[in-house]
Design a protein around this ligand. Structure first.
Ligand SMILES: [Ca+2]
Length: 133
């Protein structure tokens, strides 16, 4: 009896995981459809390589691309700090970007699946570290 109950719980847990995965796929499909119409092909290129976070040097997803896979923690962007001007977050993580290395200074938080073609002036060309938050 005991093992049978455990079996049911295990199956239920498996079904829940599958449903969560399906939900993720639906969101991915929906967001890809929107993005195909609304964004430059260059922006999609970062995601075609399977990356879930793309930081771009220029506004409107232009300039060079800094690709990452979330969850990613970057305490110091080194030579690439103070340059990011647009962001593609193709993940279910909220991400906090910071003015200084080691998560210092001003904080700019974006939500899951958010695309920012331009950044607010106070953080544009100032991001130096980031992490999920
Ligand atoms: Ca820039």
């Amino acid at each position: 009896m005991h093992s049978s109950a455990e079996g049911r719980i295990s199956v239920l847990s498996h079904v829940k995981r599958r449903m969560a995965l399906l939900g993720t796929l639906v969101v991915l499909t929906a967001s890809a459809g929107v993005l195909a119409n609304a964004t430059p092909a260059e922006a999609a290129g970062c995601m075609e390589n399977g990356r879930s976070l793309c930081l771009r040097k220029d506004a409107n997803y232009g300039g060079y691309s800094l690709p990452f896979n979330m969850p990613n923690v970057n305490s110091n962007m080194g030579q690439y700090q103070d340059q990011v001007s647009s962001i593609v977050n193709d993940s279910y993580y909220s991400i906090c970007f910071y003015e200084h290395p080691n998560y210092g200074g001003l904080e700019f938080r974006i939500g899951p699946w958010e695309w920012w073609a331009t950044l607010p002036g106070w953080i544009n060309d100032k991001i130096s570290s980031f992490r999920p938050c």
